[in-house]
Design a protein around this ligand. Structure first.
Ligand code: NDP
Length: 274
């Protein structure tokens, strides 16, 4: 059966991660409450935040105002580098939960592979699974070397690796490593932060399928089995970005999009972090 906005992937802990989520970086204050409220009305059930975004209070408000049962919404947040370390990480999660006004998060991620801190951070995070404060734990911006180091140090694998992915940045090596080890790949900045929406291959596909460039990019992510978390603060785009389940990019068109790989980051690049 084809994917829908209700489709999920089941993580090893049993937590179910929606295939399409809603990004919130840069959305703050009332704009954030309104955007997350709109996303929940449209039917998104995965909301992605981070302590760095400074919007967890607003997300908590939008979740409560939605009237949707807590257990039907999947909330991801992340520990910033400043919150990493064996003693700091439990405090960072506690502070996030207080700001969100929640008893648990569905997914807690190490935001960045902070050197010398990330392994001890991961060890601290495994206790959140036991205490139930996080239903799943994972990492973000981890490259192959970072994942190998974690595997060598700890038996609990990350459920998710959230990395920047688009046709212009396919990170094939780390994606293959995640697949080989059962780590779900999540695509951030799937819309290239709006920077390549007028690329001729993307606009050609958009015209062919009668969809928008953003919809083509999201569909490319989903057809690669990446969970995608596009962000928008505008109601019409929030809706547009969820209307990606009524078309399928043909294999030849996926191949054309795959040929756009330029190793081009529109966000931060962790490949230089030893
Ligand atoms: P995206 O690739 O999602 O692009 C967002 C930009 O595209 C915004 O400027 C938005 O503008 C614009 N946009 C959205 N929809 C459309 C559309 N349909 N047509 C035209 N323009 C559109 O970038 P993000 O960097 O925000 O990535 C998504 C999410 O991933 C983040 O919000 C965050 O949750 C997460 N993330 C995680 C990182 C990490 O290190 N783990 C790093 C970066 C992001 P407007 O809002 O005005 O619509």
């Amino acid at each position: 059966m084809g994917l829908t906005l209700d489709s999920v992937v089941t993580l090893p802990s049993g937590a179910t991660l929606p295939v399409l989520g809603f990004g919130t970086a840069g959305a703050t204050g009332r704009t954030c409450v309104a955007a997350v409220g709109e996303a929940l009305r449209v039917g998104y059930r995965l909301i992605d935040t981070a302590s760095m975004y400074g919007n967890d209070r607003e997300i908590g408000i939008a979740v409560r105002e939605s009237g949707i049962p807590r257990e039907d919404i999947f909330i991801t947040t992340k520990v910033a580098s400043s919150g990493q370390g064996p003693r700091s990480t439990p405090k960072a999660l506690e502070a996030s939960l207080i700001r969100l006004g929640l008893d648990y998060v569905d997914l807690y991620l190490i935001h960045w592979p902070a050197r010398r801190k990330r392994v001890a951070t991961w060890e601290a995070m495994t206790s959140f699974l036991e205490s139930g404060l996080a239903r799943a734990i994972g990492v973000s911006n981890f490259m192959v070397g970072h994942l190998e180091e974690l595997r060598a140090a700890n038996d609990t694998p990350p459920a998710v690796n959230q990395i920047e992915l688009s046709p212009f940045l396919q990170q094939r090596e780390v994606v293959a490593d995640c697949r080989a080890h059962g780590i779900q790949v999540e695509a951030y900045s799937p819309l290239t932060r709006g920077r390549r929406l007028s690329d001729p291959t993307i606009t050609r596909m958009a015209a062919k399928y009668g969809k928008s460039p953003a919809q083509v990019l999201i569909r490319w992510s989903l057809q690669h089995d990446f969970v995608a978390i596009p962000k928008s603060a505008r109601p019409e785009r929030i809706r547009e970005n969820a209307e990606v389940f009524d078309f399928t990019l043909a294999p030849a068109d996926m191949e054309s999009l795959d040929r756009l790989d330029r190793g081009q980051h529109f966000d931060w690049d962790s490949s230089h972090v030893p």
